[in-house]
Design a protein around this ligand. Structure first.
Ligand code: GDP
Length: 530
């Protein structure tokens, strides 16, 4: 077949997405359930190494092993209805870091997973902010409907009120949370009744009944489901696909991942509605067509996953063309060739070799010590470079100093390196001077990773002194710097990308300063740089 036609055809049948959720909402369970319904191409299994479950724990660093969690993320690939689905893992631990957010630069859509009893939780909100910022279309899956929880209408109201996204339910639960009977399929008014299988170990059996039969079988619960869903449809919740693509509304499904209820519906929705990989704009704003020669960008680098080899795997998302193992590609940053002899798909500990990949796929490049987060790889001419990876609003700050002053040079080199890789953000100010840069992070675990790498890779142990700032804004006008610096519990630091960050001990001290200086221009900070 003509290679160009094949690339477009292959891209069109791909869906690359991530699940955004708060820990314990059921992401691992949902991942397993999706894998159960679909045919896993590369690797499945539990995502986290949680007790009682056969875990796929990556053990790339001692601290990760000690905590029994997975810091790093990769992708699971499976096929369903002739579609290749790439599920990119977003680590869900409370200490999550910028890596989690960066995964969202490599997906075309996201599934927002909510616990029916809890609704929108802090980490979901943070991740949703990034989706909004990037215009990523979001599908909502309300999970754990088999357990007592909140009202379906109340959960939908919360979505509109707190994140301004219009819910467009495609199914509606029959039976309140805890008495889950099945769902009304709002596309045709039929009833999908679920039957439990022992422990949800196999795909749940479904039975489709027409509305009349449903009314006879479920009585009041069916009537209530119809009434509630009509109420929502009448108040702007009718399904309009365009509103999903423009990320102003979210299709909503109800289910119970642990019982496999509603999971098939989610897969069908991903295939039928979620966007396929689209041509990407490069750093100059030029669109690189899908059928241009191979190009990809590195969105995550994982060091020493295999302690025996301390290798480095760079994960790249393919943006155009066909990738073939063994290809020699160019690194747009260094202009140096990179031989792709060892290319793998990695999910947790399991790896399999990749021979061919298309736009939307994630490839893990092994022995990739020359690759950095944000690098572009391409083959042929002309050169292409995708925008650098964004920085996110940091919430944790620490002053970094070399523990051993005789290693100050290595320390500086290491700090620059970690900053360029996005391991931590680097902040400076004239006041503090260059000898004591401030590390900023989205999650405190980034500090541990940075400290570990400074000590082991750069032989320069670091002393980190945490700063007690917890509120951060972007300073709108640098002439107002002194207003913030004059505050007792605030200061302005400049990030390596030039952004001026105004840091406050807490929201209260910020509000006090704003009251004193109403002219102060402070802007919210989500993501910058891309
Ligand atoms: P994660 O932290 O988001 O990956 O959450 P897990 O998948 O580990 O799930 C957290 C807990 O919720 C586990 O005990 C799961 O068994 C449970 N769980 C997940 N989905 C469901 C569900 O649909 N119903 C019920 N009752 N429990 C669920």
């Amino acid at each position: 077949m003509d290679g160009v036609v094949e690339v477009v055809r292959e891209a069109t049948r791909r869906r690359s997405f991530a699940v955004i959720s708060h820990p314990d909402a059921g992401k691992s369970t949902l991942t397993e359930a999706l894998a159960l319904h679909a045919k896993v191409i590369s690797e499945a299994g539990a995502v986290h190494g949680k007790s009682g479950r056969q875990g796929v724990v990556s053990d790339w660093m001692e601290m990760e092993r000690a905590r029994g969690i997975s810091i790093t993320s990769a992708a699971l690939q499976f096929s369903y209805r002739d579609t290749v689905i790439n599920l990119l893992d977003t680590p869900g631990h409370a200490d999550f870091s910028e890596d989690t957010y960066r995964v969202l630069s490599a997906v075309d859509s996201a599934v927002m997973l909510l616990d029916a009893a809890k609704g929108l939780e802090p980490q979901t909100l943070k991740l949703f902010d990034v989706c909004r910022h990037r215009g990523i279309p979001v599908i909502t899956f309300i999970n754990k409907w088999d357990r007592p929880g909140r009202e379906a209408l109340e959960l939908c109201d919360e979505i509109v009120e707190r994140i301004g996204l219009q819910p467009m339910p495609l199914t509606w639960p029959v039976g309140s949370a805890g008495h889950f009977r099945g769902v009304a399929d709002l596309s045709d008014g039929s009833f999908v009744r679920y039957h439990r299988t022992v422990g949800g170990a196999t795909a749940a059996t479904e039975e489709r009944l027409d509305a009349e039969t449903a009314q006879a079988a479920e009585g009041a619960e069916w009537a209530q489901a119809v009434e509630e869903s009509e109420l929502l449809a009448a108040s702007g919740g009718e399904f309009v696909p365009e509103r999903f693509f423009e990320a102003t509304a979210t299709p909503v499904l109800f289910g119970a991942a642990v019982l496999n209820f509603g999971v098939r519906h989610l897969l069908d929705l991903l295939v039928d509605l979620a966007p396929a990989p689209a041509p990407r704009a490069d750093a100059d704003g030029d669109i690189r067509p899908l059928d241009a020669e191979f190009s990809a960008f590195v969105f995550k680098v994982q060091t020493g996953m295999d302690p025996a080899h301390r290798d480095q795997v760079a994960f790249a998302r393919v943006c155009s063309g066909m990738f073939e193992r063994g290809m020699v590609v160019t690194n747009a940053t260094t202009k140096k060739p990179f031989a792709t002899k060892y290319v793998q798909q990695v999910f947790g500990q399991k790896r399999s070799t990749v021979d061919i990949a298309y736009p939307g796929d994630v490839i893990g490049l092994v022995n990739a010590s020359a690759l950095r987060v944000g690098d572009t790889l391409y083959s042929g001419k002309p050169a292409v470079r995708f925008p650098g990876l964004p920085s996110f609003a940091p919430a944790f700050f620490a002053v970094a100093r070399p523990a051993d002053l005789s290693r100050a040079k290595q320390f500086r080199k290491g700090v620059e390196q970690l900053s360029s890789e996005g391991v931590v953000q680097l902040l400076r100010s004239d006041l503090r001077g260059d000898a004591a840069p401030v590390f900023a992070a989205v999650g405190p675990m980034q500090f541990e990773v940075a400290a570990h790498r400074l000590e082991h890779e750069f032989s320069s142990p670091v002393r980190l002194d945490r700063l007690s700032y917890s509120a951060v804004r972007r300073l709108g006008d640098s002439r107002q710097r002194n207003l913030v610096d004059s505050g007792r519990r605030s200061e302005v630091l400049t990030r390596s990308d030039g952004t001026e960050l105004a840091l406050f001990e807490d929201e209260m001290s910020m509000r006090i300063l704003l009251r004193q200086h109403p002219e102060l221009e402070l802007e919210p900070l989500v993501a910058t740089g891309q």
